[in-house]
Design a protein around this ligand. Structure first.
Ligand code: ATP
Ligand code: MG
Length: 236
């Protein structure tokens, strides 16, 4: 469904993404992990058309390199950001409606917006201003606004960051439902290995923009190269 081939991104002297290649299959939950500064968020920025790069990114067989972000959104690729971003003066409902109005190729559909509000458990808070929301609700809203665009693939950037264990369970449950009930393919960047091994069927580890290994999450997380680069020497 999404084919990344020999993708490289340099910022001046710094190579943030170094000749990366991988494929995400339809229906999959695909995980990406790696130390801080590994190039994970930059990779999302390349897939969503924020920067020019070398190499090829194909979505459903079609090259999308050079496409503007709004066109990529309309093809069916949505993402969230590492730091929750909302429009603070807008209501919850309007924020999801904006995703549906501007980010989807289909006609604006208020019934679909209601469906999403219920799906993420924000129906009762639909008239609240997003600036007043607690962190977990802000995260749910960011995911909901992305769902508003009717994506085929949803890319989450460290959705668990700053959450307690109960909130992590709620987010994991939501991610599973998005994948299984809505049939949306998911890419998730995450630092919590337990979350990745439970949610994903394939896991890519990168360090300084370069692939360390990619495969079954249980194999990957027990790989000595991953333990050394990601968890640090001497981690049991
Ligand atoms: N717009 C930019 N201009 C210059 N350098 C950048 C830019 N964006 C990212 N970088 C650099 O590219 C490298 C990769 O950054 P990136 O944010 O992709 O890492 P990350 O894997 O998402 O890290 P984290 O786990 O901390 O979120 C870092 O060295 C970062 O400073
Ligand atoms: Mg990042």
């Amino acid at each position: 469904m999404l084919e990344i081939k020999n993708v490289t991104k340099k910022f001046g002297e710094l190579t943030a993404v170094n000749n990366l290649s991988f494929t995400v299959e339809k229906g999959q939950v695909f995980g990406i992990a790696g130390p801080n500064g590994a190039g994970k968020s930059t990779l999302y920025n390349l897939i969503t058309g924020l920067y020019p790069f070398e190499g090829s990114i194909k979505f459903e067989g079609k090259e999308i390199r050079g496409f503007p972000s709004h066109k990529i959104a309309k093809l069916g690729i949505a993402r969230t950001f590492q730091i929750p971003q909302t429009f603070p003066s807008l209501t919850v409902k309007k924020s999801i409606a904006i995703g549906n109005y501007f980010g989807s190729d289909a006609e604006f559909d208020p019934a679909y917006v209601d469906e999403i509000l219920k799906f993420v458990n924000l129906y009762d808070k639909q008239d609240e201003k997003t600036g007043q929301l607690k962190l977990l609700d802000k995260k749910m809203l960011m995911i909901a606004a992305a769902l508003g665009t009717r994506p085929k693939i949803l890319m989450l950037d460290e959705p668990m960051a700053g959450s307690n264990s109960k909130e992590i369970l709620s987010l994991m449950e939501l991610i599973k439902r998005i994948n299984q009930d809505m049939g949306i393919t998911i890419i998730i960047i995450e630092h919590f290995m337990k979350v990745l091994t439970e949610l994903t069927s394939k896991l890519l580890i990168i360090e300084t923009g370069t692939e360390i290994c990619c495969g079954d999450p249980n194999d990957v997380t027990s790989d000595s190269r991953v333990i050394e680069c990601y968890l640090g020497d001497g981690h049991d």
